[in-house]
Design a protein around this ligand. Structure first.
Ligand code: IPM
Ligand code: MG
Length: 356
């Protein structure tokens, strides 16, 4: 199969980790007889430096016209003080919105080989953690109107958090359908004891839950979820939540896996077009040093094959190769323990590619 991939490497460690994912994808094309074309698009700070905006119109059109988008990371201290209207993160939000990528899947899996890298005690992580956060990605406070104005001699800032029933229902459906394919257990995370958006969220989820009697459904408040993720993470299968709660909880959950560097994500629309990126940021402090963990990006590429290209065998091949490399004791710095073999970012990418 022939596929066009828009490659948005971005800032910081973005280019290094994306290069490793492409190395692995190229191995897939050799082994399985596909052909992938990559079109590079500047995004984030590097685009601000070159074009004065975090993504150009042409760049956005390339993303829209491709079969999928592979993204590294955006942002860094260099651009912390640019005008908010052209911040690097703006481009990421614009791509999510313009491509209508409303469903963000963030699998949180603790590879058994990394048990000791998780900061939680063995008895808490049990036989491994395998949960999935379904985060609404194109609504809520990220996209509501905002302003800062002077009231009675002081500045007052407002960020609105709107949600329509339709927006809640479509992410709810993705969550229920996903739960049906996994452990058939879904927890919907909200703050219905305080927020109107959460009360509408809960009401809509309850209505949907009647259509999925096979799914064991529950509501859970977001503050309690934050606690339960540490206290008893194995109780969860699928979690569904609004945009900002999902942002925060997925960073928290990532630590269950030992390192945020391990976590992939898929951002999906109603069609097959999707964007795939690790959930970590641009890590400017280690950029260019070839020590970042590329596995989150490599596993994101596997999700791309599975969700956008319908290439399940190929996706399995990548995930099995990652498993093998971990079995053989190779570790980047973030997941390193005494007695294991420390490797660089590019060595890790090659090790995975060699095992496909
Ligand atoms: C994420 C990131 C982004 C978000 C930032 C970079 C805007 O933290 O993908 O989780 O908040 O969605
Ligand atoms: Mg985040």
């Amino acid at each position: 199969m022939n596929k066009n991939i828009a490659v948005l490497a971005g800032d910081g460690i973005g280019p290094e980790i994306v290069a490793e994912a492409i190395k692995v994808l190229e191995k897939i094309t050799d082994k399985f007889g596909h052909s992938f074309n990559y079109t590079e698009v500047d995004i984030g700070g590097c685009s601000i430096d070159k074009h004065g905006v975090p993504i150009t119109k042409e760049g956005m059109e390339i993303c829209k016209a491709s079969d999928s988008v592979l993204l590294g990371a955006v942002g860094g201290p260099k651009w912390d003080n640019v005008d908010p209207s052209i911040r690097p993160e703006k481009a990421l939000l614009a791509v999510r919105k313009e491509l209508n990528l409303f469903a963000n899947l963030r699998p949180t899996k603790l590879f058994p080989q990394l048990k000791n890298a998780s900061p939680l005690k063995q008895e808490i992580v049990g036989n491994g953690i395998d949960l999935l956060i379904v985060r609404e990605l194109t609504g809520g406070v990220y996209f509501g109107s905002r302003e800062t104005k002077e009231v009675d001699g002081q500045l007052v800032a407002t960020d609105l958090m709107p949600y329509s029933e339709g927006e809640i229902e479509r992410i709810g459906r993705v969550a229920f359908e996903t739960a049906m394919k996994r452990g058939k257990k879904l927890a919907s995370v909200d703050k219905a004891n305080v927020l109107d958006t959460s009360r509408l969220w809960r009401k809509t989820m309850h209505r949907l839950s009647e259509e999925y009697p096979q799914v064991e459904y529950s509501d859970i408040l977001v503050d309690n979820t934050a606690m339960q993720l540490i206290k008893n993470p194995t109780q969860f299968d699928v979690l569904v939540t609004e945009n900002m709660f999902g942002d925060i909880l997925s960073d928290e959950a990532s630590m269950l896996t030992g390192s945020i560097g391990m976590m992939p994500s898929a951002s999906l629309s109603s069609g097959t077009l999707g964007m795939y990126e690790p959930i970590h940021g641009s890590a400017p402090d280690i950029a260019g040093m070839d020590i970042a963990n590329p596995l989150g990006t490599i596993l994101s590429a596997a999700m791309m094959l599975r969700y956008s290209f319908d290439m399940a065998k190929e996706a399995d091949a990548i995930e099995e190769a990652v498993n093998k490399v971990l079995d053989e004791g190779y570790r980047t710095g973030d997941i390193f323990e005494q007695g294991f073999k420390k490797v660089t970012c590019s060595e890790m990418g090659s090790l995975v590619a060699d095992r496909i």
